[in-house]
Ligand binder design. Sequence first.
Ligand SMILES: C=C(O[C@@H]1C=C(C(=O)O)C=C[C@H]1O)C(=O)O
Length: 100
Amino acid sequence: MPGANEEQNAMQLAAVRVAINEVDEQIVSLISRRERLVRRAGALKQDDASVRAPARVEQVITNVRGYAAKLGVDPTVVEHTYRAMISAFIDLELKVRREG
Ligand SMILES: C=C(O[C@@H]1C=C(C(=O)O)C=C[C@H]1O)C(=O)O
């Protein structure tokens, strides 16, 4: 049988997860805004190389690592998150180009 401490931990974990779910909803809303802008950028490009824009990717990474440092967030977590997100957006831009 779980002790009082374990029960308290379980309740706190459930509450923290509710808060995480709320943050996730906000993040997805921001991703939605970002996707609209990425689609606009993609529509202004002429070829696959400019879709990939590796120099711009590095500029974004430098920017977000700077924002992370200012807020005391782990820059490695932010960089990994951004590299994964940008990679997915590049795939989306390429797909939109191919499918029109
Ligand atoms: C949106 C762009 O295209 C791609 C996606 C990027 C992003 O998601 O930030 C950045 C560079 C490109 O790889 C852009 O060139 O700005």
